[in-house]
Design a protein around this ligand. Structure first.
Ligand code: URA
Length: 227
């Protein structure tokens, strides 16, 4: 889509907004009826095309690239982060900066699998300016895409990285320090919250907790492969 067309769409959306239409509330309402996910395409390529031209929230104005997610689309394990940072915004790929290097090490050294064998996505697909936490409005407009990704990939294990990913995916506001390492039901999958790699970069002494959580993940994954 060219810039002129984008501007035209944004302008139209602003006019609708000034007329009183509430896009986000509508999405939330539809979501509660479990329809917005149903109305999204049933394959990842078509879903990605829709996300690539999404202008539902203000992050679309400042992003360089949409970061849809990447990895094995049949993965048993899916990691979910908060949202793209500067490196991810530049490349269009999730977790490629320092936090991403650490995540890759965790996957390879603790889970003993290749990064390409898991799927990695985020709560929001566009970078929040200055890496701020995404607003609830931004999360509400973006999360149907993530739910559809989960629905199509059907991972057996979902690992949420950090508070934003856990709190927004589950709607449970329990602090991450209390809930990390628990094995929780999430649809047909098991959800295991753990600390975000960026937190580990700032607090290396917390690596032992993530190590313990990933050992748990490995055990569950190995058992399910044997079953
Ligand atoms: N932090 C995130 O939460 N996601 C990324 O993709 C990169 C950094």
């Amino acid at each position: 889509m060219n810039k002129l067309k984008k501007l035209h769409i944004l302008n139209t959306l602003h006019i609708y907004k000034s007329l009183g239409l509430k896009y986000i509330d509508d999405i939330q309402d539809i979501d509660q009826n479990n329809n917005s996910i149903k109305s999204l395409p049933n394959n990842l390529n078509d879903l990605e095309n829709i996300v690539q031209s999404c202008y539902l929230c203000q992050l679309s104005k400042t992003r360089k690239n949409v970061v849809f997610g990447e990895g094995d689309t049949n993965a048993d394990i899916m990691f979910i982060g908060e949202g793209p940072g500067a490196n991810e915004d530049m490349t269009g790929k999730p977790f490629v900066g320092r936090a991403g290097e650490l995540l890759t090490k965790i996957i390879e050294n603790v889970l003993s699998i290749k990064r390409e064998q898991v799927y990695i996505a985020n709560i929001v697909k566009c970078r929040p300016p200055n890496n701020r936490v995404p607003t609830s409005q931004e999360v509400e407009s973006c999360i149907p895409y993530l739910l559809k990704q989960i629905n199509l990939i059907k991972p057996k294990i979902i690992i949420t990285l950090g508070a934003t990913a856990y709190n927004n995916l589950t709607n449970d506001k329990t602090p991450i320090s209390k809930i990390r390492g628990e094995v929780l039901p999430f649809g047909d999958a098991k959800l295991i919250p753990t600390f975000h790699p960026s937190f580990l970069l700032r607090n290396p002494s917390a690596k032992k907790y993530v190590f313990a959580d990933m050992k748990k993940v490995k055990k569950i994954n190995d058992e399910s492969l044997r079953a």
